[in-house]
Design a protein around this ligand. Structure first.
Ligand code: GLU
Length: 305
């Protein structure tokens, strides 16, 4: 772990002068209030150790990172049947695009664009008694330390500015790909996006994806290894909006980002990683976060390629 500690300190020193470059997300008004020049990073190994730097213990809005955990829950309940309702291709379009969804008859390209994540939420609504808590409960099980909580102001702000998500749900409902009331699905989706977690917690929470789907803390097989491999493949090809090609090129790891400025990454057989810095690049990914991951894989040579 001393090796990771030195590495994180070097990354922090290199990035400090650049923090704040980019723009915080402002289409959800509450997110626009976050100070852009914050930075934290954590590496969690299967033996339970976590090495951190910067503001790795500061909670932030996980936003689209929640789509990863919602997907895992949906695969647990539906298995391969899920793929009849959601695709596995990069979209080549913005995360909340409507035109492509209509052209493709309400069948979202992948589970990490909003339309796909809304279908996943619909699946959770069909399976869980309190679907808006399903992802948070799963995360607190994975983290094993505390009850996950929601940023209620972000949840309200998001619910009041969710016109495009509502439009996508109605569109997909018209094609028969949404089975529960639009309002219920929207409620569950907005709430999972407003979950707050720290880099330390998220790094621990993705470690099972570095261990063939097995939670190294409890020994529980969260997903069969074959499904965990597929989730990692989707993170690589679709996890960073319309910049997944650039991320594969620069970083070479399965990753999932969110507009709150967080990015989780999986180093297979080694560790889970989370980095957070709220200022985003034009594709909506954390600018310093992407750079930090690039430095990490460049220094260590640990990529999947
Ligand atoms: N809650 C956001 C939305 O649905 C998630 C965006 C994101 O992180 O990509 O618009």
């Amino acid at each position: 772990m001393a090796h990771y500690r030195d590495l994180l300190a070097q990354i922090d020193a290199l990035l400090r002068p650049t923090l704040g470059e980019g723009r915080v997300a402002d289409y959800i008004p509450e997110l626009a209030k976050v100070a852009p020049d914050q930075f934290g990073m954590a590496i969690a190994t299967p033996d339970g150790e976590v090495e951190t730097v910067g503001q790795a213990a500061t909670p932030f809005s996980v936003q689209s990172i929640s789509k990863l955990f919602a997907l895992v829950l949906a695969i647990q309940t539906e298995g391969d049947d899920l793929w009849a309702r959601v695709g596995r291709e990069p979209s080549g379009a913005p995360f909340n695009a409507l035109v492509q969804l209509d052209a493709e008859k309400g069948h979202p390209r992948n589970p990490f664009i909003n339309a796909g994540a809304l279908v996943v939420s619909d699946v959770l609504c069909s399976h869980y008694a309190v679907p808006e808590n399903a992802v948070a409960q799963f995360l607190s099980r994975l983290d094993g330390r505390r009850l996950i909580h929601f940023d209620e102001r972000v949840a309200r702000s998001e619910r009041n500015h969710c016109g495009r998500n509502a439009a996508m749900l109605h569109l997909m409902q018209s094609y028969g790909n949404i089975r529960n009331p639009v309002d219920q699905v929207l409620g569950a989706y907005c709430r999972q996006c407003a979950i707050e977690m720290t880099c330390e917690e998220l790094a621990r929470a993705v470690t099972f994806l570095a261990c063939g789907g097995r939670d190294p803390r409890t020994g529980e097989q969260i997903l069969p290894a074959a499904h965990a491999k597929r989730v990692n493949a989707l993170m690589l090809t679709c996890g960073t909006y319309d910049a997944a090609g650039d991320f594969a090129f620069r970083i070479g790891l399965p990753v999932k980002s969110g507009v709150g400025g967080g990015i989780v990454a999986v180093m297979p057989n080694r560790c889970g990683v989370c980095v957070w810095s709220p200022a985003l690049d034009r594709a909506g990914n954390s600018q310093a976060g992407a750079r930090a991951l690039e430095l990490l894989t460049t220094h260590t040579g640990w990529t999947i390629f």
